[in-house]
Design a protein around this ligand. Sequence first.
Ligand SMILES: CC(C)(COP(=O)(O)OP(=O)(O)OC[C@H]1O[C@@H](n2cnc3c(N)ncnc32)[C@H](O)[C@@H]1OP(=O)(O)O)[C@@H](O)C(=O)NCCC(=O)NCCS
Length: 211
Amino acid sequence: MYPDHLGARRAGHNDRMVFWPVLPVRSSRLLLRPLTEDDVEALFAYRSMPAVCRWVPFEPMSLETVASRVRDQWRNLVLESSGDAMTLGVELLATGEVVGDVMLRLESEEHSCAEIGYVFHPAFGGKGYATEAASSLLHVAFDQLGLHRVIARLDAANEASAAVVARLGMRQEAHLVQNEWFKGEWSDELDFAMLRSEWSAPRPDGGEAPT
Ligand SMILES: CC(C)(COP(=O)(O)OP(=O)(O)OC[C@H]1O[C@@H](n2cnc3c(N)ncnc32)[C@H](O)[C@@H]1OP(=O)(O)O)[C@@H](O)C(=O)NCCC(=O)NCCS
């Protein structure tokens, strides 16, 4: 059903490391998996909403934009160079619905650091799905890809997102004051991080580990 991923991390060309996840990742209620063209309508349903896009660095998307991203950019499942990103769909195990998507971007190959992001349909908010999916993404980053550090950058006004990273046990490292002109106003940025050693420590949520 999904591409056959053979290994999490293996040597690429010219002795460079290629970070290659083992998918899908299952947690208690969710499946993190590659996106397919069948997901376009579900992704469009929330990525087209202005309220969903208020704190993220993109504008509401058209159906055509979503379809072209699924065909092109979001097909990538390998992190090789700084700036490479993978976007995965979040499917409800119970119904098979796609309720959101998560993103892992290699921030620095040299420093073994990646950034996470997440976008969910508001109809499925308030159930802990974003936290559960982001936890699965940390599992990919640390347990599968062996990365050293994961960061999350968010607008200080995005309280729902700050609550997600807090539930994950990420540490706030910085509050940048009016560092960006974002969607018509100066905005503050909060920077959160987690080290692999912190991820390996007992979970704050005591939750079941993704597999
Ligand atoms: C950021 C975003 C994903 C957060 O969504 P969310 O629904 O608040 O987060 P979760 O899915 O983790 O749900 C957490 C809520 O579910 C509740 N919950 C219910 N059952 C739960 C469970 N089993 N486990 C954990 N939390 C649970 C929590 O108590 C919390 O409730 P609260 O909001 O009243 O405190 C969502 O607002 C969104 O998609 N925003 C638009 C895109 C965006 O801003 N992305 C982030 C950019 S940095």
